[in-house]
Design a binder for this molecule. Structure first.
Ligand code: ADP
Length: 352
């Protein structure tokens, strides 16, 4: 739906004030039984897209004050009905404002997800992958638009159907959460920029990632062995991206160790010189890779986890290859899994 054309601020305020004055006049001059104040909810609904959050809350407060004032100044009718009508009107005003504010929050989250998606889509080396990600993210975004339109229809009814609107908003929030979740996982693995290759100390970069994972390993009783080779040549790659891959391999290993008894949770991290390259290896004693799984490991959106989305390894491969290296898993090992990647060392030609 396209946004309404923007009016000058003064005109907007004048229009809102005029409509509210008309509602106040009708509500005050008619009998208690006529609940004209409920139309303030429609004012809030129709002006929501023109106002900011603070202005909307102020408008809501003004509507509530005017509703109460009308009751005080209404000269005739059944006071009991007047009190009940005032209660309904105030509830409708406050609920409508609350729902509109929630809807704006969900809309902002959807916009943010879309903006991030666009940034990610610019990465040349991940072109094939981003098509799949765009597809995944578009589903919740389309659902958000559908629920948003439904929500607007429920709110525009007279009186507004607040329960159905609330349900539509819950769907919007859940879908926005899904979209941001997908983007957050992808963004945690790639900054959306081409690799900035430079020479760096590979072991130092690995140690930094290990320091971040330390607490998680201790809590999960994982016995960690680190064997980083002395005298490695500097690696020639994008340091941050390589750390993202290391972090992803560690995270996968930790997740694979989850179902294994605490006493049997072992994780080994190694670096070694491999001719003119650097070889990195993560070995875990987790659930392992069964035959038939290994050919799918690096496919986008292939996952065996309930909460997984299956992009970690495919992005890891894209990153390592964009940095002139190679990543692979040993097809099947006994009791666990072994993942390796090889990166060119500074001064060496990248290997195929
Ligand atoms: P996700 O972690 O979201 O599932 P990944 O691309 O990182 O996505 O991993 C894809 C799949 O590869 C996982 O669902 C899991 O089945 C398998 N996998 C990855 N690492 C390991 C490991 N260390 N041990 C066993 N299986 C693994």
């Amino acid at each position: 739906m396209s946004p309404p054309p923007r009016m000058p601020l003064v005109l907007r305020i004048a229009l809102i004030v005029a409509v509210m004055a008309a509602i106040f006049a009708v509500d005050t001059t008619t009998r208690y039984e006529v609940a004209a104040a409920v139309f303030y909810a429609v004012v809030i609904l129709t002006t929501a897209r023109l106002l900011g959050r603070r202005a909307l809350v102020a408008l809501c407060a003004a509507c509530v004050v005017l509703t109460v004032a009308s009751l005080v100044f209404t000269p005739h009718g059944d006071l009991r009905s007047g009190l009940i009508n005032m209660g309904i009107s105030v509830a409708a005003i406050v609920m409508t404002t609350w729902l509109v504010l929630k809807m704006e929050t969900a809309r902002a989250a959807a916009h943010e997800a879309q903006a991030q998606l666009l940034r990610i889509a610019r990465i040349k080396s991940l072109e094939g992958l981003t098509t799949s990600i765009a597809h995944e993210v578009n589903q919740p975004l389309a659902a958000i638009v559908t629920s948003g339109n439904a929500c607007q229809r429920w709110l525009a009814q007279e009186p507004p159907n607040l329960e159905r609107a609330r349900q539509a908003l819950e769907r919007i929030l859940a879908d926005a959460g899904r979209a941001s979740g997908i983007i957050a996982r992808v963004r945690s693995l790639t900054r959306g920029e081409p690799p900035q290759r430079s020479a760096f100390d590979f072991n130092d970069a690995v140690q930094e990632v290990l320091a971040l994972s330390q607490a998680g390993m201790e809590i999960n009783h994982i016995a960690l062995t680190v064997e980083l080779a002395d005298g490695l040549p500097p690696a020639l790659a994008d340091r941050v991206q390589v750390q993202q891959v290391v972090g992803n391999l560690l995270l996968n290993a930790m997740e694979a160790l989850g179902p294994v008894p605490a006493a049997a949770r072992r994780l080994r991290v190694e670096s070694a010189r491999d001719g003119e390259a650097i070889l990195f290896t993560v070995t875990d004693s987790g659930v392992g890779i069964v035959p038939g799984m290994s050919e799918h490991l690096f496919d986008a959106f292939w996952t065996t986890k309930d909460e997984g989305i299956g992009v970690g390894l495919s992005i890891s491969r894209a990153i390592i290859e964009a940095n002139g290296g190679r990543i692979w898993a040993e097809p099947v090992v006994q009791d666990g899994a072994v993942f390796h990647f090889r990166l060119p060392a500074a001064g060496a030609e990248p290997r195929p």
